[in-house]
Write a protein that binds this ligand. Structure first.
Ligand code: MTE
Ligand code: MO
Length: 230
């Protein structure tokens, strides 16, 4: 699939005019076609294609917008709630006491760009799950972010090693447009599952469609199945 398959018109239709927020397809700087062609046959350790179908590797992360969040506000807190044994509100300092994970991963935006070998640091979500104790009813994780943005993942995804709450990108504190102070990072789903500026994480027995998911985008958001739309 060509990137231009996601035409402006389709985006407008699907997202009810919220086009600007998800970004204009085709405005990003791609790696060369030759480099993309090289990578096209490369496989990940799990046997999946390095570049999922319909994606194009780009040179750097793109700023995809959204209502900017709290940045480095010392009053910022992360509230963990719902189906957990110990509902807890963490400060920045609390989170810094947890084991920190260094992650090298690829991210895939539904508009067609893929950033390879991006480097992040943060706290594994499954570590937080261990600390607060998910109840047996907990089947989904709902990320609640600034300005009402939400997105969800199944708890099975949330337990994966590569799912983190990221505060550092390329060795530096996450820039504000990319989600400071903390964002979810779910590399194996389209990037709209990686909520920037998170303020809460809700464990839930039932799923709740997120911001993009209720606007026509896929809830499974699996890049290798090209689950872009519902
Ligand atoms: N809070 C919040 N998180 C968000 C979004 C948003 O608008 N608000 N956009 C999502 C989408 S559609 C994408 S592609 C990525 C973009 O992240 P980036 O701006 O760091 O590239 O963030 C996701 N997380
Ligand atoms: Mo996106």
């Amino acid at each position: 699939m060509e990137n231009n398959k996601l035409s402006r018109r389709e985006f407008m239709a699907l997202s009810g005019g919220a086009l600007v927020k998800i970004g204009l397809p085709g405005t990003f700087v791609k790696l060369s076609h030759a480099k993309n062609a090289d990578l096209a046959s490369e496989l990940r350790p799990d046997g999946r294609l390095r570049i999922p179908p319909g994606q194009m590797a780009v040179e750097s992360i793109q700023k995809m917008g959204g209502s900017t969040g709290p940045g480095l506000d010392p009053e910022w807190r992360l509230q963990i709630k719902g189906e957990v044994k110990k509902p807890t509100t963490f400060s920045w300092n609390d989170l810094m006491q947890f084991p920190q994970t260094d992650l090298l991963c690829d991210v895939h935006c539904v508009t067609g760009w893929t950033l390879l070998d991006s480097n992040w640091q943060g706290i594994q979500l499954r570590h937080i799950m261990d600390v607060v104790g998910a109840t047996e009813k907990a089947m989904y994780i709902i990320f609640e972010a600034h300005a009402g943005y939400t997105t969800s993942i199944p708890i099975s995804e949330a337990r994966k090693d590569n799912v983190i709450l990221a505060h550092t990108f390329s060795g530096e504190r996450l820039p504000e447009p990319h989600g400071a102070p903390l964002r979810g990072l779910v590399p194996d789903r389209y990037f709209y599952k990686s909520a920037k500026w998170i303020e809460g994480i809700k464990f839930s027995a039932t799923d709740e469609l997120g911001y993009w998911e209720s606007g026509g985008f896929s809830n499974s958001a699996d890049p290798w199945k090209e689950d872009r739309y519902k």
